[in-house]
Design a protein around this ligand. Structure first.
Ligand SMILES: [Zn+2]
Ligand SMILES: [Zn+2]
Length: 315
């Protein structure tokens, strides 16, 4: 709740006129309790999680020829029920999350020290904070993910997430509840260590969710703007981790590639890519199709575990 009765009072406190964004923020949030603004995070994430994976899931079901050239594992077609099951399981958590946010609001406010008033953060401040949050999350998630691939971590917890060897956007949060809980720590680490405005927090969690949906989408588009981000892993990078299966010891980092490079956990992936390059030349010479190429690729992957969700049809 903004502690000014009128916009003129707010401008007097700022010592300048409000920008259009600040005026809009004042209109929206002036009379709204802080705990409701805090709960917006869950509502925003619910809307993003509902909408973002839909286009690819619908196209895969009803117009597969449009997206098939960009599918990372074109021989696997997941049934609609698999996506639906993931969505329903994740959606059940959202009302619980709102309840938890309301109950824990005062504790969270002390830990996160989130600003909700005026002025709004500048683009430079927001960009710098998002960069710090990304680096922190990537590093912490890398190590948590590696721990989840120990025998105990995998069998007791992480096995659920790896039920999809060919993931889909809705499978992004298809995990054991303990995994979802523990992996929220790296995402929260940035805003706890470097407190921000609530709008930056919304942006951060939205970007993370969209990025997670993208890396689990099962599609790699050559024109994706994410290709411009240095050291960004993306869909192809994480898809390989799922493809290799439970015993995969490659590609643990969620965002960037440098942790896997530094700690030498990208060997399987690099071997796979080198084989892929050789086969591409081989296919070019023999005039094979990309379909044939992708089926050959499957011979050059780390040995993965078996998979309950590979009920997806292999053509
Ligand atoms: Zn894993
Ligand atoms: Zn995954």
């Amino acid at each position: 709740m903004i502690p000014y009765a009128t916009a003129a009072e707010a401008e007097a406190a700022l010592g300048r006129a409000m920008t259009w964004a600040e005026a809009a923020w004042y209109q929206y949030s002036a009379a709204m309790p802080d705990c409701w603004l805090h709960c917006h995070t869950t509502f925003i994430l619910f809307v993003i999680y509902t909408i973002t994976p839909l286009p690819l899931v619908v196209l895969e079901q009803f117009a597969p020829s449009v997206v098939l050239p960009y599918k990372l594992q074109p021989r696997v077609r997941l049934p609609l029920a698999a996506s639906l099951r993931c969505y329903v399981e994740a959606a059940c958590f959202f009302p619980l999350a709102v309840g938890f946010q309301l109950v824990s609001y005062h504790a969270a406010a002390k830990i996160l020290r989130t600003r909700m008033g005026l002025p709004l953060p500048s683009a430079r401040e927001t960009g710098a904070q998002l960069m710090v949050y990304s680096l922190l999350e990537d590093y912490l998630s890398y190590w948590i993910h590696r721990l989840l691939h120990t025998q105990w971590g995998y069998e007791k917890i992480h096995r659920v997430h790896h039920e999809f060897t060919a993931p889909t956007g809705f499978a992004m949060s298809y995990s054991h509840w303990a995994e979802n809980l523990v992996l929220s720590i790296p995402a929260l680490a940035g805003p706890v260590i470097v407190p921000c405005h609530i709008t930056t927090q919304w942006l951060w969690f939205s970007i993370r969710l969209i990025e997670g949906i993208n890396t689990h989408s099962g599609y790699h588009f050559p024109f994706s703007p994410s290709k411009l981000i240095p050291f960004y892993g993306g869909a192809e990078y994480h898809d390989y981790h799922h493809y290799a299966g439970g015993r995969s010891q490659s590609n643990f980092a969620p965002l960037f590639t440098y942790c896997d490079y530094i700690y030498k956990t990208d060997k399987g992936y690099r071997y796979h890519k080198a084989k892929q390059a050789k086969m591409f030349i081989f296919c070019f010479v023999l005039n094979c199709s990309m379909e044939q190429l992708k089926s050959l690729e499957e011979n050059y992957v780390e040995k993965g575990g078996s998979n309950a969700f590979n009920t997806g049809k292999k053509d």
